[in-house]
Design a protein around this ligand. Structure first.
Ligand code: CAA
Length: 260
């Protein structure tokens, strides 16, 4: 599939999706959001893809937010439609049955920070900058920032970022738990690929169920969440990967998972 604002590359079971509007620091307009939707729907359906890396084109930005020029003259109804399209994209990424790793290679602001938040794991270059600067524009985050940021880093720290619009550097993002790891920019994609390959070598079905259990369980009461986990655990026993994983351990050999 060809896109105007995305580059997609697949190798060894890993898809790398690059938001590619460097002249606007990869800002998300309606077309780019629509392409992200189509792209991730395609990746979900592609059984050869076992992990996804999401990054931005150029050396300056991951994604510098929703496209301010495209939003400026929206009326309230169109703004709501735009936000709902963004939410659709974030939801699709968050609930993709495959792990999605954000490789944050520069500014991740507003909708860009929200895009990174929708991913499962975030690695950052030490040049990355994070923030939710919407209050500087007279608006609030529209693609889930008021919800995913406090769930990830806690209410008080999220409110400080949301109320001030301040940018933080990669080191501070690491300290807050907003990113998993910080590496030199030149090593960022390789580090993301090493992680993606490590996960891709596991049983894909088990990884998908882990993701589902974490994502859905966190929205439930503890008792229900543990029951949800037990049911997912039981489901693993219907797979060839469970037989292979446990046999391999007992036979003292590496497991060869099929994802079935
Ligand atoms: N939307 C549209 N265009 C953008 C953009 C954005 N979010 N961010 C940057 N650009 C454009 C700039 O307008 C500029 O274009 P021109 O060359 O045509 O003038 C180009 O990208 C380069 O940007 P700068 O010249 O501003 O680069 P800089 O190095 O001086 O500053 C920056 C970099 C600090 C990231 C600055 O561009 C900036 O503050 N960008 C806006 C960040 C922002 O406010 N994001 C939140 C958007 S609102 C949102 O996302 C709502 C939501 O949740 C849905």
């Amino acid at each position: 599939m060809e896109f105007n604002n995305l580059l997609v590359e697949k190798s060894d079971g890993i898809a790398t999706v690059t938001v590619n509007r460097p002249r606007a620091l990869n800002a998300l307009n309606e077309e780019t959001l629509g392409e992200l939707l189509a792209c991730f729907e395609g990746l979900e359906a592609d059984a050869s893809v076992r992990a996804v890396i999401l990054t931005g084109a150029g050396e300056k930005a991951f994604v510098a937010g929703a496209d301010i020029a495209a939003m400026k003259d929206l009326d309230a109804v169109a703004a709501r439609d735009f936000a709902l399209l963004g939410h659709q994209v974030m939801h699709l990424i968050e609930h993709l049955s495959k792990p999605v790793i954000a490789a944050v290679n520069g500014f991740a602001l507003g909708g860009g920070c929200e895009l990174a938040l929708a991913c499962d794991i975030r690695f950052a270059g030490d040049n990355a900058r994070f923030g939710q600067p919407e209050v500087n524009l007279g608006v609030i985050p529209g693609f889930g920032g008021t919800q995913r940021l406090p769930r990830l880093i806690g209410k008080g720290r999220a409110k400080e970022l949301l109320f001030t619009g301040d940018m933080i550097d990669a080191g501070e993002a690491l300290r807050l738990g907003l990113v998993n790891r910080v590496v030199p920019p030149a090593e960022l994609l390789d580090a993301a690929r090493v992680l993606a390959a490590k996960i891709a070598a596991k049983g894909a079905f088990a990884v998908a169920l882990c993701k589902e259990a974490v994502n859905n369980g966190l929205e439930m009461e503890m008792d229900k969440a543990c029951r949800f986990e037990a049911d997912h655990f039981a489901l693993c026993f219907a797979t060839a990967d469970q037989k292979e994983g446990m046999s391999a351990f007992l036979e003292k050999r590496p497991a060869n998972f099929s994802g079935r």
